[in-house]
Structures are given as C-alpha cells and as structure tokens.
Design a protein around this ligand. Sequence first.
Ligand SMILES: O=c1[nH]cnc2c(O)cc(-c3ccc(F)cc3)cc12
Ligand SMILES: [Mg+2]
Length: 214
Amino acid sequence: TRSTRPQRLLNAVRKHATRGDPQSVISAIDHFCRHSEWAMNIGDEKGSILDSVVSELNPEKVLELGTYCGYSTVRIARLLPPGARLITLEFNADYAAIARQVIALAGLEDRVQLVEGASEDWIPRMKEHFGIETFDFVFLDHWKDRYLPDTKLMEDCGLLRKGTVLLADNVICPGVPDYLQYVRNSLSYKSCYFKSHLEYTKAEDGLEKSVFLG
Ligand SMILES: O=c1[nH]cnc2c(O)cc(-c3ccc(F)cc3)cc12
Ligand SMILES: [Mg+2]
C-alpha cells in the first residue's frame, strides 16, 4: 500500500537526523518540505518567531493544539527546561503515531505528553486528568474553525491566567477571521501580529500573539 506523506517525512528524519539532536530533526523536516514534499509544519521562518516567543516566556506549562508530525512540538520542547511540561493534542491517529516517533527521535519524550483526541473533549479534562492548574503558553495550530471556540473553552475552564500567552499560526493563510476579531477587540487580551510567510512558500501568513489579561 502507498505510504503517506507523514510516513515519508518520518523516513527522511530517520535517514538524515541524529537521535537525541532536536536541531537535526528540525533541519531534516525543513529540508524534506523544501526539496521533496510541502507539509503543513510551521516551518523555519515562522518557527524562528515561535522560538523567540517561547525563549522570552520560559513557560513551565505549555499546551499545543495540533501536533501533526511533531515539528513545532520539537521546536518548543527543545527550548523548555527538563522540569517543564508540554501537552500536545492531536485528533488524527495517523499523525499522532508519526509525531510520537519524531518526538522520540529528538529525545524529548520526557517533557512531552501527546494526547490523541478532540481538543474540545480534552480541554475540560486538563485539570483532573493532567493536574494542570493553568497554562503559561498555548500554541494554536490545529483547525481554523476550532481556534475561537477552544479559546473560549480554555477561558471558561479557568486554564488561562493573567499573562498567559496564546500564539496562533495561520491567521492569514488559511486564515482565522473570527478568532482574530475576538482577540483584537476583546478587553481581555493584548494582541499583536507577526507578519511572515506560509511555511516553505512566498505567500503571506503570520502569527498572532495574544496575552490574556484576566
Ligand atoms: O489545517 C492546518 N492546520 C494547522 N496548520 C496549517 C498550516 O500551517 C497550513 C495549512 C495550509 C495552508 C495553505 C494551503 F494551501 C493548505 C494548507 C493548513 C493548516
Ligand atoms: Mg499551521
């Protein structure tokens, strides 16, 4: 049976990356996506913006919505101190299976917990199931129609605190107009836009950073 693109991406990581070296995993994926097959990882240009936001924040508790093949999971987790925790939610079981192996190849499984399932089912269970009080940093990169409802759900579940930073991918392409309107007009957020490009292309895209004010 034909392989899938995530499987071919994993094969490229196995072939070109060094086990336990997150940067080599990141570089292997970026090379594969630039020279072999485009895939919807945040990529190196927006990834550098993600890195700077995470490095400045030094979060202890991180939530990622949308794992895909684990590229941004590795980008974030490699910058966290060993005691910090990253919970990443992935709806698609095939993607999750690939991501687990990518995260393991990077040697970051000790600070990453990958959970398979729907974000709306797991967000209300963060406290009782994972012992999480609030998150310091949330990266939204799953499905454009879920950004706004999941953000409201995180508010309602008390998972955001004064200063929690939300960073959203793809706010231009594919675009999340309802989410942007909300975080840019709500008195509960201080929001700013980082202009960039759609991964591995010249098309415009960007990241929206929104600080929850409580
Ligand atoms: O669905 C997506 N989830 C998360 N990230 C994405 C991402 O970074 C890019 C795209 C995407 C963008 C343009 C296109 F022509 C086809 C797909 C989708 C997602
Ligand atoms: Mg994305």
